[in-house]
Design a protein around this ligand. Structure first.
Ligand code: DQA
Length: 147
């Protein structure tokens, strides 16, 4: 089984960016954490981050042929990218939306996500652990063939 983990803009700045909100760990730390989890689950993961909407869209297009599902933190694109939403709909794969922070505790413009109604589920506010729980759950659902 193959699951992609996709992170949107500014998440390459984790560790430096607003540590009071996003913590001190880096994107590489997140990758290590998820690679450990993938080994335990006996699956393959592919990690992708971009600051560019078009690159994220083109990467999502490639998933059709190479992934069973994905985790997606669209970052700021969550709140306004219909193009990224359309790419996700075009590939039609099951996915979980993840946010490090609790977007509902923050500014009102972050409360709306263009992905939540098309995701299998959403995790927001559990920090990096949210990705680990999301991966665990997605693999369970894919293995049961429930999606
Ligand atoms: C985020 C929340 C978004 O509102 C923000 O623009 C991000 C990160 C999160 O993981 O908490 O860049 O998706």
């Amino acid at each position: 089984m193959r699951v992609a983990v996709i992170n949107g803009p500014n998440l390459d700045m984790l560790g430096k960016r607003e540590p009071e909100i996003y913590g001190n760990l880096t994107l590489d730390d997140l990758k290590d954490l998820l690679e450990d989890k993938a080994r335990i689950l006996n699956i393959e993961i592919e990690f992708f981050q971009s600051n560019f909407e078009g690159k994220l869209i083109e990467y999502i297009h490639t998933l059709r042929d190479k992934a069973d599902g994905f985790l997606l933190n669209p970052a700021a694109f969550s709140h306004y990218s219909i193009a990224l939403r359309d790419a996700v709909l075009a590939v039609g794969l099951p996915f979980v939306e993840v946010h490090i922070s609790n977007i509902f505790k923050r500014e009102e413009f972050r409360h709306k996500s263009y992905f939540s109604d098309i995701a299998l589920g959403v995790i927001s506010g559990l920090g990096f652990d949210g990705y680990v729980y999301a991966l665990d759950w997605l693999v369970k659902v894919l293995r049961r063939g429930e999606n």
